[in-house]
Design a protein around this ligand. Structure first.
Ligand code: NZQ
Ligand code: ZN
Length: 388
């Protein structure tokens, strides 16, 4: 007899404002008397005019800008924004950028109300009673941060990159204008597609619990990303392709496909080590780790791997082992075709990274991992060795 779907609650308070010229709608969703901080990254939002559009839409509202939030946003930088927020009595945050700016802004929203040391409060999950309201204008479809309550923050001094989620961290609204993604470098387009793909896989490729709706929905997103991802690389200003990628990325991690089903997240947790210690982009770490996680966990993931092979890759020939091997190989080839290598050595990472990664996972109490919590240090080592 099969397992039952798990009980769940689903609540997503983020308003999605999708389509062309929707930045003007900011006027409807930011209080008229708000004292706004607009946050952004290294300058793309400024260079391509998005910050100006946001300011124009805000009209006569008071607003200040805070730029310089890095990819994999740094705690120290964000704390500078927290100081300004407190000093200037900011009461609304608008993040303009990709996952890093949105995550960083969520941290600012929370840290403004932390008591005591902000990093300790963050990593120890200090209960949040209040956060500043925030909205976002998305310029890079990838993380789903615009419609979830998660933020991933890096502390470079401590060499830590850690993820936290809280229901108060959902943005109030997210403006998704696909044209804002036309200026993305090809590498970031590819990163976004792979990140969204792996988000679906971390919630889908586990074991069956009769989550038929979630499965079909996840398979639809995977098929869409496989179909549209390569087009997004060669047709950077194809509206329909970019709109499809953008909406897929949001849905990949807005919680819906993950309700009532087991979730994995091993590739993400191990991947954070490769970013903080070796400087890889988030999606680059996932392209390396996911195929190895699927391979090492093939026994406990067997039924879903076979379903994935058939429904996503159309593999019906061969014995079970052969079908699973082909599905993992095609996943690898998809990532490679998007321009992301699937082995650590392609980035000249030393082999000592395998031991270092295990130590990292132990140091931050991240083990055991996986939907069965059966990825201990030994299995993590196997995964990392296979990824090398
Ligand atoms: O900083 P600027 O100058 O804006 O340039 C950025 C940055 O260099 C550039 N960019 C963004 N939009 C652009 C653009 N360049 C030209 N035109 C545009 N329209 O892209 C670069 C990467 O941006 P970033 O925000 O770092 O990328 P991404 O959206 O992939 O976010 C990655 C971060 O999100 C975290 C990751 O760990 C990483 O820290 N994640 C957050 C999650 C969440 N909150 O739910 C889940 C994910 O699994 C992920 O862990
Ligand atoms: Zn991710």
């Amino acid at each position: 007899m099969g397992l039952n779907m798990f009980n769940f609650d689903y609540y997503n308070p983020t308003r999605i404002i999708f389509g062309t010229e929707r930045i003007n709608d900011l006027d409807n969703y930011v209080p008229k008397n708000a004292n706004v901080m607009i946050t952004y990254g290294g300058g793309s939002a400024k260079k391509f005019g998005t910050i100006d559009e946001v300011k124009q839409a805000l009209g006569s509202r008071e607003c200040i800008e805070f730029g310089g939030i890095e990819p994999n946003p740094h705690y120290d930088t964000l704390m500078k924004a927290v100081e300004i927020v407190k000093r200037e009595n900011i009461d609304f945050l608008i993040a303009v950028g990709g996952g890093s700016v949105i995550d960083g802004t969520k941290f600012i929203a929370a840290a403004t109300y932390f008591k005591g040391d902000a990093w300790e409060s963050w990593i120890n999950n200090q209960p949040l009673e209040q956060v500043l309201p925030l909205g976002c204008v998305v310029t890079l479809p990838a993380t789903g941060s615009e419609m979830n309550g998660t933020a991933v923050i890096s502390n470079t001094a401590l060499k830590a990159k850690l993820s936290h989620k809280h229901p108060l961290l959902f943005p109030r609204f997210a403006i998704l204008d696909p044209r804002k993604t036309y200026t993305l470098p090809t590498k970031q387009v590819a990163n976004g597609v792979v990140d969204a793909f792996v988000h679906v896989m971390e919630q889908y490729l586990t074991y069956p619990v009769y989550g038929k709706v979630q499965d079909r929905y996840a398979e639809g997103l995977l098929l869409t990303l496989i179909e549209e991802g390569p087009k997004a690389l060669t047709e950077p200003d194809n509206y329909n392709v970019k709109a499809t990628i953008m909406w897929s990325a949001t849905q990949a991690l807005n919680g819906l496909i993950g309700v009532g089903v087991p979730q994995d997240w091993a590739s993400h947790r191990i991947g954070y080590y490769l970013t903080i210690h070796h400087g890889l982009d988030h999606a680059q770490t996932l392209a390396i780790l996911l195929p190895a996680v699927l391979d090492v966990q093939r026994e406990t993931k067997r039924l879903k791997l076979l379903q994935y092979a058939e429904r996503v890759w159309g593999i019906t020939q061969g014995n079970e082992e052969q079908r699973i091997n082909s599905a993992i190989q095609l996943t690898r080839e998809f990532f490679e075709s998007m321009g992301l290598p699937t082995y650590m050595r392609a980035y000249n990472i030393p082999e000592s990274a395998i031991d270092d990664a295990i130590n990292y996972l132990k140091r931050f109490n991240l083990l055991p991992l996986g939907e069965h919590k059966d990825i201990t240090a030994a299995e993590a080592r196997q995964i990392l060795s296979l990824s090398y």
